[in-house]
Write a protein that binds this ligand. Structure first.
Ligand SMILES: NC(=O)c1ccc[n+]([C@@H]2O[C@H](COP(=O)([O-])OP(=O)(O)OC[C@H]3O[C@@H](n4cnc5c(N)ncnc54)[C@H](OP(=O)(O)O)[C@@H]3O)[C@@H](O)[C@H]2O)c1
Length: 316
C-alpha cells in the first residue's frame, strides 16, 4: 500500500470513529431523553449508564436500583452479585427482610469499590424511638459489615417517629449515614415530621406502579423537594400487570417487555425505582430501559391504568 492509500485509510478510520461517537451522542441526547425532572437528574454524557438523581442534600443516587424484599440466603447473595455485575449500583434492603448479612456478603463478593455503591436499609417498627433506633442502626451496619450507609429510612410511620428521626439526624450528622429518609408516609404524616425535623428527609419510598400512581403524593413530594421512590414498581405482577393489554401494546411498539415499559414509565416520571428479581435474564432486562422513550400518548395511556388503590391491602 502506498503512503497516499495509507493516509486515506487512516482518514476513513478516523471519520468512522468520529461519526460513531457523534451518532452515539445524538442517540444519547435524543432517544434516551431526560425524564420529567422529579429531583435533579444528572446525566453522565461520557457513558451510557444509570442516570443519577440529586437529592435535596446534594447526594447523588441512581434512578434505578435493585430491590431485595423476599430474597433470602444464597438466592439473595447470588441475585445481588448478579445485579452488581450487570451494572446496578443501588441496593435496597431492610432489617425486616432478614437478608442484610447476605447483601453484605454479596457486596464483598462483587469486588466493587464500596464507594461506587449506594446502599439503603430501613429502620423497622420494633426499633422505633431514640435509643432503639440507634441500636437498630448499629445492628444493620454490623450485619451488612459496612462502615456507613448511603441511605437509611424509617420503614413505616409507627411508634415514636420523632425519637427515631432525632437518632437518625444525629447519625447523619456524625457521617454514619449519607442521607436519611422515610417510607410509607402519607402527606399528613410527612407534614408532621417536617414540623419538627432539623434535617429534611431526602426521599419517601412508597408503593407506586401503573395501578397505584400516587398522584397526590407525587405532587406533594415534588413541591417539598423530596424524591419519590417506587416500591413494587411492577406491583409484584399482581392484577396481571405483566400481561396488561395497554402495557403489552406499548411494549410491542418499542420491541420491549411490559416490565421495561413499566420501568421506563417510572423513569420518565422522575421516580427512583427498585425492581427485584432472582433471575439473571430479568435482572439484565430491567436495566435495558435507557435506549427508547415513551411518547405523550403512551404516558397518557398508562396514566389511565391508575386504579388509585393499593395492591397490597394486607400491609395497610
Ligand atoms: N418500603 C417498603 O415498605 C417496601 C415494600 C415492598 C417492597 N420494597 C422494596 O421494593 C422492592 C421492589 O418491590 P417488590 O420486590 O415487592 O416487587 P416488584 O419489584 O414490583 O416485583 C418483583 C416480582 O417481579 C418479577 N419480575 C422482575 N423482573 C421481571 C421481568 N423483567 N419480567 C417478569 N417478571 C419480573 C420477579 O420475579 P423473578 O424473581 O422471577 O424475576 C418478582 O416476582 C423490594 O424488593 C424492596 O426492596 C419496599
Amino acid at each position: 500500500m502506498n503512503s497516499q492509500n495509507q493516509k486515506n485509510q487512516m482518514n476513513r478510520r478516523r471519520f468512522l470513529q468520529t461519526s460513531t461517537k457523534l451518532a452515539a451522542a445524538g442517540i444519547y441526547l435524543g432517544v434516551f431523553g431526560m425524564p420529567e425532572l422529579f429531583g435533579n437528574v444528572v446525566m453522565d454524557k461520557s457513558k451510557v449508564s444509570i442516570p443519577d438523581v440529586k437529592l435535596n442534600n446534594g447526594l447523588k443516587m441512581p434512578i434505578l436500583g435493585f430491590g431485595t424484599y423476599g430474597l433470602r440466603g444464597e438466592i439473595c447473595q447470588q441475585s445481588v452479585v448478579e445485579a452488581i455485575s450487570a451494572g446496578y449500583r443501588l441496593i435496597d434492603t431492610a432489617k425486616v427482610y432478614g437478608n442484610e448479612e447476605e447483601v453484605g456478603k454479596a457486596i464483598k463478593q462483587s469486588g466493587i469499590d464500596r464507594k461506587q455503591l449506594f446502599v439503603t436499609s430501613k429502620l423497622w417498627v420494633d426499633d422505633a424511638g431514640y435509643e432503639n433506633a440507634k441500636k437498630g442502626f448499629e445492628e444493620t451496619l454490623r450485619k451488612l459489615d459496612l462502615e456507613y450507609l448511603d441511605l437509611y429510612l424509617i420503614h413505616r410511620p409507627r411508634g415514636d417517629v420523632k425519637g427515631s428521626w432525632k437518632a437518625m439526624e444525629e447519625l447523619y450528622k456524625a457521617g454514619k449515614i449519607k442521607a436519611i429518609g422515610i417510607s410509607n408516609f402519607d402527606p399528613a404524616q410527612l407534614a408532621d415530621l417536617l414540623s419538627y425535623a432539623k434535617v429534611k428527609p431526602v426521599i419517601n419510598q412508597i408503593e407506586t406502579h401503573a395501578y397505584f400512581q400516587q398522584t397526590n403524593d407525587y405532587n406533594v413530594l415534588k413541591k417539598d423537594n423530596i424524591q419519590m421512590q417506587a416500591w413494587a414498581p411492577f406491583a409484584e405482577g399482581r392484577n396481571g400487570l405483566f400481561t396488561n393489554e395497554t402495557l403489552t401494546q406499548i411494549a410491542k411498539k418499542y420491541n420491549k417487555t411490559t416490565a421495561q415499559i413499566s420501568l421506563r414509565w417510572h423513569y420518565q416520571r422522575g421516580i427512583v425505582s427498585i425492581p427485584r428479581s432472582s433471575q439473571k435474564t430479568h435482572i439484565i432486562e430491567n436495566l435495558d430501559i435507557f435506549n427508547f422513550k415513551l411518547d405523550d400518548a403512551d404516558m397518557k395511556a398508562i396514566e389511565k391504568l391508575d386504579l388509585n388503590k393499593t395492591q397490597f391491602p394486607e400491609w395497610s
